[in-house]
Design a protein around this ligand. Structure first.
Ligand code: MF3
Ligand code: CO
Ligand code: CO
Length: 271
């Protein structure tokens, strides 16, 4: 057995971590969340997404941590920044933010070998009513998914909680990307689907670590990848939003490793 990993693996290939492993995830998750808190003040019309990313790179370095995304499958940045109809994996670049743009910033850091992965929504300037509704529904769908994350429930219960809520608001859940197990690796089993049926899929157990990261579109759920081979956009050009937490299953629920220390996970809080 691989001596850098403790614990056991379920029949579905999901690692069951030990109590001591939670501490590693808390530290990594906290750094990701602090970085996402700190960039709030940078986001305004006129700033470019590469300026935001370069601050994130500096901050990861200053913490003595490692970016999980730099060098990952050829990706070269410390964050993904996905603006408006970009669903995920937007590449930071010379794009200038304009008033009313909404964006997701996704940061994954490695601290002492543990991965902290989180993303949230931001707004440049003034948030429109339509964007605010999308962001609120997406945020709340993640939190409902986390509420369903407890021993004895299944991954299908999580997907169902998210999907039924989102579709109840006449928005759609992206099917082409999912959450993932993580821990001492970036992407591990299972695929955490943001749609599903109650009781389907593997049963949750204490010690599982994974992300939930629903992407929600105002229009249809289909996506396409641009010629840069990374950027995923909505096919119908509708606005898209995403929030992501890294969590660990406890005896009676879930611990969120990437909670915002400043309490500013949602962009309309703390203003
Ligand atoms: N952080 C993303 C996730 O939630 C993965 C980004 S991979 C990258 O899983 F290479 F695009 F950065
Ligand atoms: Co993730
Ligand atoms: Co992420």
């Amino acid at each position: 057995m691989d001596d850098t990993h403790n614990g056991r693996i379920t029949k579905d290939g999901i690692r069951i971590h030990e109590a001591a492993d939670f501490e590693g995830m808390r530290i990594a998750g906290k750094l990701a969340a602090e970085i996402l808190d700190e960039v709030i003040d940078l986001i305004e019309p006129g700033v470019t997404t590469e300026e935001i990313d370069s601050q994130i790179t500096k901050r990861v370095d200053a913490a003595g941590a490692t970016s999980a995304t730099i060098g990952y499958r050829g990706y070269q940045h410390a964050s993904c920044i996905s603006v408006n109809h970009v669903v995920c994996h937007g590449i930071p670049g010379p794009k200038v933010l304009k008033n009313g743009d909404i964006l997701n910033i996704d940061v994954t850091v490695i601290v002492d070998g543990w991965y902290g992965d989180s993303s949230r929504m931001y707004v440049a300037g003034k948030l429109s009513r339509k964007s605010e509704r999308l962001i609120q529904v997406t945020h709340d769908s993640l939190m409902l998914g986390i509420e369903a994350a407890k021993p004895g429930n299944t991954f299908g219960d999580i997907g169902y909680a998210i999907q039924s809520f989102v579709e109840g608001h006449r928005m759609s859940v992206v099917r082409d990307f999912c959450g993932h197990g993580l821990g001492r690796v970036f992407h591990a089993p299972p695929n955490v689907l943001h749609y599903g049926r109650p009781g389907q899929g593997p049963v949750l157990e204490e010690g599982m670590f994974f992300t939930i990261e629903p992407m929600v579109n105002l229009g249809r759920p289909e996506t396409k990848i641009l010629a840069d081979d990374w950027t995923a956009v909505t096919r119908d050009k509708s606005l898209s939003a995403q929030f992501e937490h890294s969590i660990g299953i406890t005896a009676d629920g879930a611990e969120i490793f990437t909670l915002s220390p400043a309490g500013r996970f949602h962009p309309t809080y703390g203003e």
